[in-house]
Design a protein around this ligand. Sequence first.
Ligand code: FRU
Length: 510
Amino acid sequence: MSDTDMHLAGPTEETAPASRPILHYTARNTWLNDPNGLVFHQGVYHLFYQNNPLDNVWGNMSWGHATSEDLLHWTEHPVAIACDQHEDVFSGSVVVDEGNTTGFGTAENPALVAIYTSAFKEGAGLEGIQAQSLAFSTDAGMTWSKYAGNPVLNRGSAHFRDPKVFRHEGDAGSYWVMVAVEAQHQQVVLYRSADLKDWQYLSTFGPANATGGEWECPDLFPLPVDGNPDHIKWILVVNINPGAVAGGSGGQYFVGHFDGVQFTADTDSLVAGEDGPTDLRQCLWLDWGRDYYAAVSFSNVPDNRRIMIGWMNNWDYANSLPTSPWRSSMSLARELELVTINGLPRLVQLPVLSAGPGRPLRTLTDVELHDATVTLPDADPDSMQVIDAEIVPGASRTVALKLLAAAGDGPATVLRFDAATSTLTLDRRNSGNTAFHEKFASAESAAVALEDGVLKLRVIIDHGSVEVFAQGGKVTLTDLVFPSPGSVGTELSVKGGAATVRKLTVSALS
Ligand code: FRU
């Protein structure tokens, strides 16, 4: 078999079945990165994604495709938009062209239109350029054709990418708006169009806040503050790599105003100072862990719900994850809301578990623990584990959940609340296999304010990952972990005083 044949066949042997997540999307036997073209259409959620159809490392970038009706159970489909001899197909978005503005569909059967970045290859004429292109589908996303007039927007830049397009209805009329990045200038650039083919420049945002890496995969959308439809704010999401708060890749956001032309950040979401933030913790982050990147939201979800998926990985070590034949997974879908926290509108995020947290395995109610440990149900190899807890840390020094623990004092992932600093730390330094990359072993912390003395947690464990949603989603922490097979122990322990578990439920979902 030649090298090429080998790659075409793709790796087939499953060497680490234990760490494939149950409900987080993975491609069957290939590589994936950013979620692309997230769109809800005719009752189906479409997840397109950066995919190497021929291997399980980054390369041959194309759009893979999966669909789901509940955002938890996904079905993989054939590659939707493939790279060719001229271009790699980088990240972008999908819109439903309701008004048939492109002429790709009909009024009765509007086309799905993908706006993606063509990363032009040697010999393509536009070698080294990144420009925006279109592809369309008239069979509800199952097959795609590239538009003959590509690219549709070329600035002659080598780092202009990741277009997110939405329909804007405003005072100046109704038109398509594209937000994309000039990645190396830490800028988001906005364009408008009547037909997705011909684009006019609107404005530029940035550099601002975290600027220690390339800006990638932006998103811009409105949300009501505290559910009030008369009080709308706009959120600009800017993913950054490296230079995120936990190191490497991550997503920051700005709260502000969009007038159809320009996004203006509220001063309270901008960190003051001419040279940018001295402390990245002052910026607004979608997640405080290491593994939530390239997060963007779905188009077209009914009832103005804003649902987002991130790539659960970090470019620091992405290509080295010890899994096979697949590599990399998506986060769970998260529903976003904007709520007033300490007088300021801030995002809260909770995982979409439409039918609830699953089958309850154990519930504790009103248990006081004084320097004590409670053993909770083991993680079940065939389920995702959901832990919901309301704990009053009281006079204790630490309250900790030991997750995916090996027997005895063996390796475990630890989620710990420290009362003295009011911080929540997700510690994977001794979580199992951390040696595959020097940057992997880490502990991430975020400030968490108790509310009426209560720490509220939803923790989701799905084999190779831990996602933490604290205080109803005001703070989230997402980390990958690679415990050794059989590390399934779960434990709650309280140290340095007494804490009260008001309620804790461990559930299994599959
Ligand atoms: C982000 C990113 C994007 C680019 C894609 C290429 O992870 O670097 O900016 O479009 O991945 O796969």
